[in-house]
Write a protein that binds this ligand. Structure first.
Ligand code: UTP
Length: 478
């Protein structure tokens, strides 16, 4: 570091100290004099990059004082397109499938994966998309999606652009992973990586936390941060250049997602929707998924933690859950709508979560590993865009067909439960086209079966396949 840069960091220091004082956050520079020149520059840069006026507002609104007030009288169950169309809608579904195929083949649909999360529940110390997900070949999640897209490119005879949102924490690792796997056979020119924004974590008193003496405790700003990131990164401009009009949004943790679904895409286009969503009938009243509701007449999602029990437990005349539509975070988003959201930075609210965040104790200069949740994290959620849509709908889907999430290290929504669901889906596809699959007394598959996305993207793709008889305990990779 030369004397010129030392001098400029001193000027920055004076300026930023004054700024931080005015926001009562000047303790962030307590250990500044102990840092190396490089660390000093980096810390000052991190402080400079924050919008302190906005942070002040967020602290007032979400950290110090936070209530979720739901007006129960304004909430009602959301209508949805059923997985199987009613007789009157059969023609519409057929038309939608045809249109969806035309739009995909015409290059008007882009894939969009949000992969900026920290995956703390899974405890995988690398980008979640690198996690070995499939039951036999242990393909990483990114490979599963890449192969789906490759197959779709073959089927539809077109290139499919794929946008992957990372975070500043996992961006380099994600890019390196794709490069070292030669982009799983896809053309690298059609894949765009970009990092999302970050926000600091706060103490419950509204102080920005330090991760250590030289760094703010920053974390990604939620999957709702994707609108801002799409714009800032130039992804929206890139989509426009390519003639993309629709974005197929999905999360990095669900290997069973159907990225290019002609029915969903076609319905979205036919209805002129701004944003649409797939839903599953909930497994139980308290299943930890967002609940689709009409809120003041607008389609929206209420998080399971915010939904009052009298609503989650309510039944209809037939004794079924009144609010049975659970969100699986699969969306179609029109490009024009995504862009309109980015034009108003305050259009999406923040959600507050109390989490365990290691931090530097300013008084002792030591790092504290909290045993209990100690810090407030603020995130934006993608689904908060739904009520802003003029036109929005939800489409029912099947749990086994499209939802095998990997969230937790064990138990529900874990690698083990996901592998079971992947095998179950493979078995159903084989049975659908006439193969017999050994099953145990409880109905579960007595084999491990993995179907490569390159072999089939739906059951009908397996028609005519030559396959030896599957015996109990077999391991079958197709
Ligand atoms: P989750 O809500 O499961 O969060 O994200 P997470 O951070 O991955 O995992 P935990 O809660 O720490 O265990 C759902 C999807 O949204 C993405 C994730 O990568 C995942 O695909 N996401 C989440 C982002 O892209 N950015 C974020 O800031 C948060």
């Amino acid at each position: 570091m030369n004397s010129k840069s030392t001098k400029s960091s001193l000027i920055d220091y004076e300026k930023l100290m004054g700024l931080l004082k005015s926001y009562d956050q000047n303790y962030l520079l307590t250990y500044f004099s102990e840092l190396s020149q490089e660390q000093k520059t980096s810390l000052l840069e991190q402080i400079k990059n924050q919008d302190w006026e906005t942070l002040k507002l967020l602290i007032e609104r979400y950290v110090k004082d936070y209530t979720v007030a739901l007006d129960h009288y304004d909430i009602s169950p959301a209508p949805y397109y059923p997985a199987q169309p009613a007789l009157k809608d059969e023609a519409k579904y057929q038309e939608a499938i045809k249109l969806g195929k035309t739009l995909i083949a015409g290059g008007q649909v882009a894939a969009f994966t949000v992969a900026g999360g920290q995956g703390s529940r899974l405890g995988w110390d690398a980008p979640k998309g690198t996690f070995a997900a499939t039951p036999l070949r242990e393909k990483p999640l990114f490979q599963v999606f890449a192969e789906q897209l490759k197959k779709a490119e073959q089927n539809f005879g077109c290139a499919l652009p794929w946008y992957i949102m990372t975070s500043p924490m996992n961006d380099a690792d994600t890019r390196a992973f794709f490069k070292s796997h030669n982009y799983f056979g896809l053309n690298a020119k059609n894949i765009m990586f970009f990092p999302q924004g970050t926000l600091p974590s706060f103490s419950t008193e509204g102080k920005v936390l330090l991760q250590d003496k030289a760094n703010l405790a920053l974390s990604p700003d939620g999957h709702g941060g994707s609108f801002k990131a799409l714009k800032k990164s130039g992804a929206i401009a890139d989509m426009k250049k390519r003639g993309v009009e629709y974005i197929s949004y999905f999360q990095v943790d669900n290997p069973n997602v159907k990225i290019m679904d002609p029915l969903f895409i076609g319905l979205h286009a036919l209805d002129g929707a701004d944003m649409s969503a797939k839903m599953l009938p909930k497994a139980s009243a308290k299943e930890k998924v967002g609940n689709f509701c009409l809120i003041g007449g607008k389609l929206g999602i209420i998080e399971y933690s915010d939904m009052p029990s009298e609503l989650t437990d309510a039944k209809n005349d037939k004794g079924d859950l009144l609010y049975n539509a659970g969100s699986i975070a699969i969306h179609m988003i029109s490009l024009a709508f995504a862009e309109s959201i980015t034009e108003d930075p305050d259009s999406l609210p923040y959600h507050r979560a109390l989490k365990k965040v290691p931090y530097l104790d300013i008084t002792t200069g030591k790092i504290v590993e909290p045993k209990e949740p100690n810090a407030i994290k603020l995130e934006r959620f993608i689904f908060d865009a739904l009520p802003l849509a003029e036109q929005a709908f939800i489409l029912e889907t099947d749990r086994v067909e499209e939802f095998a999430p990997i969230k937790n290290a064990e138990g529900n929504d874990s690698p083990a439960s996901s592998r079971e669901l992947q095998t179950e889906r493979a078995a159903r596809w084989l049975e659908h086209v006439g193969y017999s699959v050994p099953r145990k007394a409880d109905g579960s598959v007595d084999a491990i079966i993995e179907i490569s996305p390159l072999t089939a993207s739906c059951a009908d793709d397996l028609k005519g396949l030559e396959l030896p008889k599957i015996k109990p305990g077999d391991k079958v990779y197709l």
